[in-house]
Design a protein around this ligand. Structure first.
Ligand SMILES: Nc1nc2c(ncn2[C@@H]2O[C@H](COP(=O)(O)OP(=O)(O)OP(=O)(O)O)[C@@H](O)[C@H]2O)c(=O)[nH]1
Ligand SMILES: [Mg+2]
Length: 370
């Protein structure tokens, strides 16, 4: 980035020399400003959006991609979260098979369903201390996952019971997770679901740069949103994350509200916010892996009758991109959109690089240097 400049003449005598000196001094000052920006910048980034949309997952990816290991994450806590995500998902399925009219492929499996329903809560309340999953419970889960079709049938309609998006992932890792020596991998940590209860700030040094990110992660449920506004000052970029796959789901905190209707309303409110008015926004249309699979099983037109693109992924994504862009209240600001898959590190690394680049460019523009 260095601008070339020769040494200034300390005692200019001719008008030409004076003019040359002024030019060089200006160049030096601008270069210093750019250097200061490049050397010392800490960019304030907000991760906002509804609950369960992937904000904390993206924060973990920001860390992994910038080579800031997740080691300081409490590993015992992470282990408990993976175990409880697995067991509570299996229990939720067992409890809902009847109401969803899904029949067992083998009636003998009723015995295992009963064990899961009766034992899960007790085992989880003892787990933190004893670190043990009794064999009858782990065996019941294994038998159901490996030999009972009803479990897989239920996952397909998981949206109706608000089943965790990572349920299938954790079922597939059952043998590892039930092992007493189990240690969660990065992938397990990226898939776990633990709603954010407290706002956190994480300082992440940007890889191959002297800049840093100061990332604020918020809880997205309606109860958590009232805490947000206190953190809106001096923001460099707001990343708005919502789960594009959640068009057929309702809010946990209010089952009468569709998740995408809520996500649109929330985005509109944030875009109208006076403190954030001049801030650029990046929107992540997250969980595209689930969205792609879901379109053929759960028609989008059922929820948006005006949508005519069938199960075509590109059509459906464009449909939502247009909707969100039209909701932005300040047409002067830059709003960019990305289709994201926050649990996939390779996919995220391109998005993270692009986001950091645009953040650095915005900052230079704001500082009047471009
Ligand atoms: N399949 C899939 N799962 C995802 C994706 N992004 C996040 N998840 C999962 O979705 C769940 C919710 O993600 P979180 O990052 O906890 O969501 P959040 O927005 O921080 O939620 P709150 O803290 O409650 O506001 C976790 O189990 C994640 O692993 C994605 O792109 N694809
Ligand atoms: Mg979170």
């Amino acid at each position: 980035m260095g601008l070339c400049h020769s040494k200034t003449n300390v005692f200019p005598s001719t008008p030409e020399e004076k003019e040359k000196n002024t030019k060089i001094n200006k160049q030096i000052q601008e270069e210093a400003k750019i250097k200061e920006k490049n050397d010392n910048s800490t960019y304030k980034l907000l991760l906002l959006g509804p609950a369960d949309s992937g904000k904390s997952t993206f924060l973990k990816q920001l860390r992994i991609i910038n080579k800031m290991p997740l080691e300081d994450i409490d590993i015992e806590n992470a282990k408990y979260t993976c175990v409880s995500n697995l067991l509570l998902s299996m229990k939720l399925i067992c409890q809902n098979l009847e109401s969803l009219s899904i029949n067992l492929s083998d009636e003998n499996n009723k015995e295992y369903i009963k064990i899961v329903i009766d034992k899960t809560d007790e085992v989880l309340s003892d787990y933190k201390e004893k670190k043990i999953i009794p064999e009858d419970l782990s065996n019941a889960c294994k038998k159901l996952w490996e030999g009972e079709n009803a479990i897989k049938e239920c996952i397909k309609v998981g949206n109706t019971i608000n089943l965790l998006d990572s349920a299938e992932y954790f079922f597939g890792k059952m043998n590892d997770i039930f092992n007493s020596e189990y240690k969660p991998s990065n992938d397990d940590i990226l898939h776990q679901r633990a709603p954010t209860q407290q706002i956190s700030e994480t300082i992440i040094p940007i890889l191959d740069s002297n800049d840093k990110l100061s990332v604020f992660d918020f809880g997205g449920s309606r109860y958590q949103r009232m805490k947000w506004a206190a953190f809106f000052d001096n923001v460099d970029l707001m990343i708005y994350i919502f789960a594009i796959s959640s068009y057929d789901q309702t809010l946990l905190e209010d089952p009468s509200v569709n998740r995408l209707v809520d996500a649109e309303e929330l985005f509109k409110q944030l875009s109208e916010n006076k403190i954030l008015w001049n801030r650029n926004i990046v929107i992540f249309f997250n969980k595209i892996d689930i969205f792609k699979k879901k379109l053929s099983i759960s028609p989008l037109s059922k929820y948006y009758p005006e949508y005519k693109g069938g199960d075509d992924y590109a059509e459906a994504a464009t449909f939502f991109a247009k909707r969100f862009l039209s909701l932005n209240a300040n047409k002067e600001r830059t709003v960019s959109t990305h289709l994201t898959w926050a649990t996939d590190t390779r996919h995220c690394s391109t998005i993270v690089k692009l986001t950091i680049q645009s953040l650095q460019q915005y900052a230079l523009v704001n500082a009047g240097l471009q």
